[in-house]
Design a protein around this ligand. Sequence first.
Ligand code: ZN
Length: 227
Amino acid sequence: MGRMDASVLLNPVTEPQPQPIQAAPSTNGSAQTERAIFLDRDGVINALRPGHVTGWKAFQFLPGALEAIRQLSLLNWPIIVATNQSAIGRGLLSADGLEEIHGRMLAGVEQAGGRIDLIVHCPHMPEDECTCRKPEPGLFHDAAERLNVTLTESYFVGDTLSDLGAAQQLGMTFVLVRTGLGSMSLEEQPLLARQADWLADSIADASQWILEREDAVVDTRPERQAA
Ligand SMILES: [Zn+2]
């Protein structure tokens, strides 16, 4: 299982279960589905601050986030951001405004050598009772359909109970990060530690865990020997 440092030992969530991960190629002829990495945005990629992110100025990559996404990109799986953005429903942010923020986020990720293949967002307010605001599963179904993803074989990295709820409903492997609302969520709901498949200090830790769990990836890590 790889190295266990102090932060990891604090979180003996569940043992990674043996999974038929890169086992058999899918059945002959049928369209092959993809495994994917889903990431929450605020609190996982973006430093969470009070209030909504209503402009690029309020967006700040968390330390290590860009490098983590770059490394996850090496898996050659779709990387999908799934985010609740009620700022739109509340009239604090326009669809164009959100698009601009995401355009800049993507540019930052690409500049760092990574990629994000799709961003899905829920624009609604909680009281709208839509089917896409996490923990509702709508965003994930949407992304899965568009990119032909098998959710039960995919990962989701998030920082809240809502994220966990969505992952559980969909049978995804869930990594809870302590950044964003993660630490607070854990204090309020200690059971979270057992419900998540893994607790990570940050997206960097989460990425490391996912990569180690997917042995195949070891080969595709950056060539350390060079330099
Ligand atoms: Zn919605």
